[in-house]
Ligand binder design. Sequence first.
Ligand code: HAM
Length: 421
Amino acid sequence: MNKIQTIRGFRDILPEKIALWQRVEKEAASLFTTFGYNEIRIPIVEKTDLFARSIGETTDIVEKEMYSFEDRSGEKLTLRPEATAAICRSYIQHKMYASNPVRKFFLFGPMFRRERPQKGRYRQFYQIDAEVFGIESPYIDSELIFLLNELFKRLGLTGLSAHINSLGCPACRPVFQQTLLDFLGKRKDTLCDNCRVRMKKNPLRILDCKVETCRNALKGAPATINYLCPACEDHFAKVKAALETQGVDFEVDNALVRGLDYYTRTAWEIQTTSLGAQSAVAGGGRYDRLVEELGGPATPAIGFAIGFDRLVEVMEQLNQGSDKNGPDLFIVPLGDAALKKSFHWSCDLNTAGLRTDTDFSGKSMKALMKRANKLKAAHVLIVGSNELEKNKAILRNMDTKAQTDIHLETLVPTLLDLLKK
Ligand code: HAM
């Protein structure tokens, strides 16, 4: 019979990997909370229109990568490919702008894009997302980039670089776009098929095309930052200045345009060289027009998303994978009477917070010690009929091999006293 397996591009994250995911979640939640961000949980499925209207009809995500379907009543739905649009929907739907327009959110969760799977690229992947509504000041742009930097620092990540750019606003972008089109018009024959289509639909995206002939054609291309209106120029200058004084390293990258259409002004990516083609560990930017475009009041907004899977992969490469996930204590019961007692001790010790495991199979001492080793238990408690007769159990430190006798009457409090950190 054919065994049923995961769908291509989908994967299980098995228990032995989870410690690292939890560590990142804990660190991120703690940092976000300190900075005044609140967790938000929203649906995984939304109306297709939400993403089509916000991410952009001509982006790769909307054109080729969304998991969209009609439900039984014919409604067009999509598994969320990102969280920003959906958080805007929630901000507008609950009229959050009315009581307090300034809101800061964070979210952990799965996203879905039907891309070609490869290392660091999955069809179900996870993001750590942060969004801020109602603040136009450039200091919030710098705060978000600082936050990312600080989180990566706390997680012990090295070798990352922050690339930033400004994409202008509706006042200055059209002028830039026309200048770019004029420049590319003379080089059209050397552009790839995709970019020739982009010239009509989405010229900015040509700037980050990876095809070599396009890269050559783009040499000397105009840069958005040279066409910013005074307001955008001033905004970007302040973002950079605040980052510099706060000691955050970055480089201005004229080719950074991002793959979603809603961005205005500051956009950035945190890149790594250790994941091959999938170099972006996080990406974000301003989207000052999106809330209004989705039917809310004009509200400046900005945010980022970290690729959680990629972050974990970089940490694993740096040997940050924590495998110290064994129990504090493993009880080795030998014989029925010991087994019965072990059941109660295990319940009571776990309830009191000591991570305790045991084995009810009735197997031999050798087999159970093997299991304790496999589990990476810090201590083992051995109880056989001999020990029961003497009213004691043997506690062994698996590191030092030192052994201590533990009296049965006071076993639970003694173990808690000795082993609970
Ligand atoms: P994005 O650049 O599309 O931005 O995705 C953010 C991050 O998610 C990427 O830098 C990457 O690390 C990760 N990622 C994207 N696709 C995949 C995939 N197929 N497999 C694994 N990881 C992936 C956004 O999604 C925006 N919503 C970010 C944002 C928030 N902008 C403003 N606020």
